[in-house]
Write a protein that binds this ligand. Structure first.
Ligand SMILES: Cc1ncc(COP(=O)(O)O)c(C=O)c1O
Length: 390
């Protein structure tokens, strides 16, 4: 008997990688091997930086080994210290990049309608130790860029963005990438465009870009001259080759994600207590996150019970970003009491569910996931074995 699972028994994961044309990738990898230039600002990394900068409409893109290191380098190059205001409803790396440098993340609540940091909640968190605001464009939807910019400039704070989810998305018709002092994108395997692991920091600031280039290369400014404290944040050539290859298929990835998102919407919108977040036609989106809110009062079924049923059927839906950074360590112990000031974060952490999409998810897969959800919401009182979708 074969040990390889058949497609019907394969688990359906959130964030299964989008992969562009295999022949393009393999021919680039052949070239990399022939040229024996694997890292250290090689031809493919430079080309990738140019392509990404063109796409985002920014002056500089500095390629990194991942977005977490990109965030650490950007915050250090901007001179952040003391306290930085950040949402808790995000992937933990947003907070870790600060705490790793002994900067205190001060968690701000989100607006339950946008899922992004609520600008009305920021000002009373500002203290004499605050040096910056780190906004997150959750699910690719821009946070309140203008309001945050106004608060930052009035209090002389640095403003940067974790744009890990937002590659290929726009805000007020302008591509995300050029807002604030810098914006950091993730190209992790699960992201819309992946470089296996990787990231870029985008900025229009020449000096900042130059400083980050040095910092990601141990602080070297010449063959044997070190002028900054630096780290190894470099992207390698094979990652850049993967990135260039995937960029060639960006329109296809958007089209598939959009098709899946619209089908989910059509099938789930009719269910009371099940609400998909919106991607209005006025902007560009990557549709990488199919985000559903489950209102238990209307469905009669908790988000967690639904997740359990989906997992039992091989649909590995995720509770992003449960339970919120403030309930994870070291934050829960170091800064207790945050849950009191984060009611909307806690609310969303208890009801948000992410469904699988991407190029490996077919319309039949989406229909099956929706059928399981509909069925589960209808028959939750019955034993799991009774929940059938065939
Ligand atoms: C919002 C957010 N920030 C930061 C990261 C970290 O990115 P990376 O894995 O490239 O370090 C991720 C995802 O991994 C993320 O979703």
């Amino acid at each position: 008997m074969s040990s390889i699972p058949s497609p019907s028994t394969e688990l359906m994961h959130v964030g299964r990688p989008n992969i562009g044309k295999r022949e393009s990738l393999l021919s680039r990898i052949d070239d990399i091997l022939d040229r024996r230039w694997l890292s250290n600002n090689g031809k493919y990394v430079r080309e990738f930086e140019v392509r990404v900068a063109e796409l985002l409409g920014v002056k500089h893109c500095v390629a990194m080994c991942n977005a977490t290191v990109g965030l650490e380098i950007a915050t250090r190059a901007l001179g952040l210290h003391g306290e930085v205001i950040v949402p808790s409803f995000t992937f933990v790396a947003t907070a870790h990049c600060l705490q790793w440098q002994e900067i205190t993340p001060v968690f701000c609540d989100v607006d339950p309608r946008t899922h992004n940091m609520d600008p009305a909640k920021i000002e009373h968190l500002i203290t004499p130790r605050t040096t910056g605001i780190l906004g997150v464009h959750l699910w690719g939807r821009a946070c309140a860029v203008e309001a945050l910019g106004e608060i930052a400039s009035r209090h002389r704070l640095q403003l940067l963005f974790d744009a890990s989810h937002a590659f290929g998305c726009s805000h007020t018709g302008k591509m995300i990438g050029g807002f604030g002092r810098a914006e950091v994108f993730s190209f992790h395997a699960t992201k819309f465009i992946n470089t296996l692991e990787g990231g870029v920091v985008a900025t229009n600031d020449d000096t900042l870009a130059q400083k980050m280039r040095m910092m990601k290369n141990f602080g070297f400014t010449g063959y044997d001259c070190v002028e900054y404290l630096g780290i190894n944040g470099k992207m390698n050539e094979i990652s850049a080759a993967m990135g260039l290859t995937n960029l060639e298929s960006i329109e296809k990835f958007v089209a598939i994600n959009r098709r899946n998102y619209e089908l989910y919407r059509e099938r789930l919108a009719v269910l009371p207590g099940v609400e998909l977040i919106d991607y209005p036609d006025t902007e560009r989106w990557n549709y990488q996150y199919v985000v559903v809110e489950i209102d238990e009062a209307k469905t009669g079924v908790s988000r967690d019970a639904l997740v359990e049923h989906l997992h039992a059927k091989g649909i590995m839906a995720r509770r992003y970003f449960h339970p919120g950074c403030h309930r994870m360590e070291p934050y829960a112990s170091r800064y207790p009491g945050h849950s009191v000031i984060l009611p909307h974060t806690e609310f969303l952490c208890s009801r948000v569910l992410i469904l699988p999409t991407g190029m490996s998810v077919s319309t039949d897969d989406v229909k099956r996931v929706c059928d399981i959800i509909r069925c589960t919401l209808g028959v939750i009182a019955a034993p799991l074995s009774a929940v059938t979708t065939e």
